[in-house]
Design a protein around this ligand. Structure first.
Ligand code: ADP
Ligand code: MG
Length: 230
């Protein structure tokens, strides 16, 4: 009986992973298809090849990350400057933001903000939250991201959008598996995000005002890199 339980749980997790992966690959595929149609229609004199190339690179990197996953998983725990992880995450989403008429503005502490954790997972957290912010802002706008060192050795990361906001009764549902309000959403992004933040001994919450926007506030413990000379 216990084995059955474990098996069904494994299947459940595999299913969730598959849905998430399909979602990750479908986004760039959809935009590639759109650009190809624009070019084929001959109606556009824009040069979309740069964007198309970056979408292809995105798919390529997802696939190579999957190949890495298929090997026995060894988590690399490292000291990392979270500012750098954020910059890389934003870079990955920049073309998507531009296509939606969205500016991403970064404000970061001048000093390194070290966390101890799995770099790719932390990146996944930032990507999931920023992507939701982009998807929430149908008519464009500004996403403000700030990173600072707060009291009690906590790194505080704020990701603020100008989307429609999240209603109070919906706030408790986000992060539950498969909870989505999007036609083509999976409802897995925030579940994975919450899990990773929890594994890193951090916290995450959403503040939202209907009609004004949503701010996700993530806290991660600050850990001084022991190899850096003080
Ligand atoms: P998905 O993006 O596939 O819908 P997520 O787990 O990432 O799944 O998000 C779950 C739901 O939370 C979204 O469908 C949306 O309703 C809500 N949500 C998340 N982030 C935001 C945001 N920044 N603004 C408004 N709603 C949001
Ligand atoms: Mg999402």
């Amino acid at each position: 009986n216990e084995e059955l339980l474990i098996n069904s749980e494994k299947l459940y997790i595999a299913g969730q992973l598959a849905a998430g992966i399909a979602h990750e690959i479908r986004n760039p595929l959809t935009s590639l298809k759109g650009f190809l149609q624009l070019i084929a229609s001959g109606r556009s004199n824009h040069n979309y090849y740069d964007i198309m190339k970056s979408e292809l690179i995105r798919i390529e990197s997802i696939v190579s990350e999957l190949l890495m996953l298929s090997k026995p998983q060894v988590y690399q725990l490292c000291y990392r400057d979270v500012r750098q992880i954020m910059e890389e995450s934003v870079t990955l989403l920049e073309t998507q933001a531009i296509m939606h008429n969205i500016e991403i503005r970064l404000m970061m502490a001048a000093e390194p903000l070290y966390v101890f954790g799995v770099e790719n997972q932390i990146k996944q957290v930032f990507i999931n939250v920023i992507k939701n912010a982009i998807e929430a802002m149908a008519s464009g706008g500004l996403i403000r991201i700030s990173l600072e060192l707060a009291q009690k050795a906590q790194i505080v990361i704020r990701i603020q959008d100008e989307g429609p906001g999240i209603a109070k009764e919906q706030l408790s549902k986000i992060g539950q598996p498969f909870y989505t309000t999007k036609d083509r959403g999976t409802g897995l992004g925030l579940m994975v995000t919450y899990k990773i933040v929890d594994n890193h001994l951090g916290s995450i919450k959403a503040d939202s005002i209907m009609g004004q926007g949503t701010t996700f506030i993530i806290q991660l413990p600050y850990r001084k890199d022991p190899e850096e000379n003080a």
